[in-house]
Design a protein around this ligand. Structure first.
Ligand SMILES: C[S@@+](CC[C@H](N)C(=O)[O-])C[C@H]1O[C@@H](n2cnc3c(N)ncnc32)[C@H](O)[C@@H]1O
Length: 147
């Protein structure tokens, strides 16, 4: 059965990260990208440099209010999965991915907002084996979408 996957970006600051997420979302067959809060949109010239045209193929919309997006997706029967480090997180390799899933990724410094984490159905994380605490957000998007 085809999976329906949407990606929600919570206050991503970097145009390069958004461009990279657009390109990976196109490759992985994401249905739609929701750019929330301060996340820049594909009309920004710097995004085109990293998206390399993918911005023309991936459906997207911007909404300042991420909770409105989460509520709408929940009504459409999406399971809301925050991708973030947390005591409550399940390892991404062990998680049973639902057929209709919305993945939320967070800001480069502050991560996924606390109120979004609390409103999520599940939290998944990627194990870290080195000295740094976290991965780049666009890299994390690639790991999760291809799993
Ligand atoms: C650089 S991280 C945010 C900062 C991070 N919370 C920290 O304390 O270093 C940006 C985003 O990338 C994703 N991310 C990065 N590393 C991750 C990991 N190991 N597991 C799950 N998500 C991760 C999350 O969506 C996170 O909100």
């Amino acid at each position: 059965m085809k999976k329906h996957v949407v990606v929600v970006l919570d206050n991503i600051r970097s145009t390069f990260n958004v461009g990279s997420v657009l390109r990976t979302s196109d490759g992985a067959g994401v249905d739609k990208l929701y750019l929330c809060g301060i996340t820049p949109t594909p009309d920004h010239p710097k995004i085109k440099k990293t998206a390399l045209g993918a911005e023309d193929y991936v459906k997207w919309e911007h909404n300042k209010n991420i909770i409105e997006v989460i509520n709408k997706l929940r009504k459409e029967k999406y399971t809301i999965v925050s991708v973030e480090q947390s005591d409550k997180a399940v390892d991404y390799k062990d998680f049973e991915y639902p057929n209709k899933v919305a993945f939320v990724f967070g800001n480069e410094i502050s991560g996924v907002s606390n109120y979004v984490m609390e409103d999520s159905d599940y939290i998944v994380d990627v194990e870290m084996h080195g000295k740094k605490n976290s991965l780049n957000v666009a890299t994390t998007v690639g790991i999760i979408l291809y799993k």
